[in-house]
Write a protein that binds this ligand. Structure first.
Ligand code: BG6
Length: 495
């Protein structure tokens, strides 16, 4: 059954997923492509090629993909299966002509034309050799567009990212390069711009006059999950801070872009990073989890996880105070933290407002309770939404103060079935909109700042492990906030 044409339908092309047998492709990319197919967003002439290094049939590839129960009817699944083809390619010059010919043949059989969308779900060191091979083999055609989507991390530090970028841009323009960070596809991350720039309620107070500080937390309950080979080299700083946290920070802190086109938005985002003061010792806390309990179940420490060096010095937690040296944010610290094996999985930004000057209620003995801070919370996940905490009078005699919460429950209004981040981003990739993809200058500026943190590391790791799995991280992370502040978790009143 062919899905009805709709306004979001992409032009025909061949979608090629390198690394099709990897975890990311199975868990995220193919399910997202299936969702786009089901919604009629993929042109019926568009084949999806999964590239496998080892012999594998179309059916085996499809069987390995995680498409959940109830996601699409049998006809839809059959139609999706018909558009998926597994092509074996061992990434060598010897087999290159055969691979290119097989893709071209498939394209002409389906009427897909000359456009090619290549997704590199590969380790970063395989990006350039694979891209160079494709150029050499005549994989891309002059009469069709070419787009390449690269998974994070893009490089390991500033020097390696520069080297990688220089090699890739020898063959491709920035306009063909899509560096993906799936946090930019999350609904509430995308909402930040609308919230700030469409509402005077928020827009007018979004500056150092009213905001005391900002916290962004991405906490996970999982550990290294069989990815020790990658994670041992990355750690929380490279895996999460350099990309997901920096993007949320940039969207929360940027000036209004001149317009909504990809370059204007990305200009505004990178400008924030350029004004970030390089972190020094004392601006950050690193941690690594030891054994503990998560969700009532015992879990091993990081060093006991499969594939992890038993004396590993890799951090699984980082909290950092970031300062932005521009007029809007003078004196307003941004606290960013992320960790594995913490007590609860959540991602949110909390904007904490300054206290009302000379507050009438604070010093008065007749008043029970104290006015709490106004906090604007953007809950990225779970239970997506935006809430505002403020002080009210509790009913009854006397004057008792309490905290109330105004809530926009995004998931109650729009349901839990809104598109997944990868689905949004793959669609943007296929229609050629780069707004939600990381431009090179952002990658460069984020590595520059992260490299300063890395260079400022001392012997923190000697104290690893320094937090118990299932907790909120090392105790020192509390002290980082200073001035009597606490790490906040939004009050999710509806769930
Ligand atoms: C990935 C990291 O980019 O993001 C993982 O490599 C992490 O280590 C994941 O678990 C978190 O994504 P999400 O969407 O579950 O918050």
């Amino acid at each position: 059954m062919t899905a009805p044409a709709n306004a979001n339908r992409c032009e025909p092309c061949v979608i090629i997923v390198f690394g099709a047998t990897g975890d990311l492709a199975k868990r995220k990319i193919f399910p997202a492509l299936h969702a786009l197919h089901r919604r009629g967003f993929l042109h019926p002439a568009t084949p999806i090629v999964g590239v496998s290094r080892r012999p594998m049939s179309d059916a085996e590839l499809l069987a390995s993909v995680h498409i959940g129960e109830g996601e699409g009817d049998a006809d839809g699944l059959r139609a999706f299966a018909q558009s998926v083809r597994c092509i074996v390619f061992d990434h060598t010059e010897a087999t290159l002509p055969g691979f290119v010919a097989a893709v071209d043949e498939l394209a002409s059989e389906r009427g897909a034309g000359a456009a090619r969308a290549a997704y590199f779900a590969l380790p970063a060191d395989a990006f350039e050799p694979t891209a160079a091979l494709l150029v050499k083999g005549g994989f891309f055609h002059d009469d069709g567009w070419r787009r390449l989507c690269f998974e994070k991390p893009f490089g390991h530090d500033l020097a390696s990212a520069r080297e990688l970028n220089a090699k890739i841009t020898r063959h491709f323009d920035e306009s063909s390069i899509y560096r993906i960070d799936h946090y930019l596809g999350k609904e509430l991350v995308r909402n930040l711009m609308v919230m700030r720039f469409a509402n005077p309620l928020f827009g007018q107070i979004w500056n150092s006059e009213f905001i005391d500080h900002v916290q962004v937390t991405i906490a996970e309950t999982l550990g290294a999950e069989g990815r020790a080979g990658y994670y041992e080299k990355a750690g929380a700083v490279r895996d999460m801070l350099q990309n997901h946290l920096m993007h949320v920070l940039a969207l929360a802190a940027m000036e209004a872009p001149k317009a909504l086109d990809a370059d204007s938005v990305r200009d505004a985002m990178v400008e924030v990073l350029r004004k970030m003061v390089p972190p020094v010792r004392g601006d950050f806390v690193l941690g690594q989890f030891g054994p503990g309990e998560v969700g009532g179940k015992p879990v091993p420490g990081y060093r006991e996880e499969p594939g992890v060096d038993p004396s590993s010095l890799t951090e699984t937690f980082v909290a950092v105070r970031a300062c932005i040296d521009n007029p809007r944010w003078q004196g307003v610290p941004f606290f960013l933290r992320t960790g594995k094996r913490m007590g609860k999985k959540l991602a949110e930004a909390n904007i904490v407002l300054r206290a009302q000057p000379g507050c009438l209620f604070r010093a008065d003995r007749a008043v029970e309770g104290e006015p709490g801070p106004n906090v604007i919370s953007i809950r990225i996940q779970p239970n997506e939404g935006i809430s505002v905490e403020f002080t009210v009078k509790a009913p009854g005699e006397g004057l008792r103060l309490e905290t109330a919460v105004m809530e926009h429950c995004h998931h109650c209004v729009y349901g839990l079935n809104t598109a997944e981040a990868y689905e949004i981003l793959l669609h943007e990739f296929l229609v050629g909109d780069q707004t939600l993809f990381t431009r090179w200058d952002f990658v460069e500026a984020s590595w520059r700042w992260v490299d300063a943190l890395t260079a400022a590391r001392g012997c923190e790791a000697a104290a690893f492990p320094n937090y118990v799995a299932g907790t909120s991280g090392p105790a020192e992370a509390e002290a980082l906030l200073g001035d009597g502040r606490d790490w906040l978790v939004s009050r999710d009143i509806l769930s």
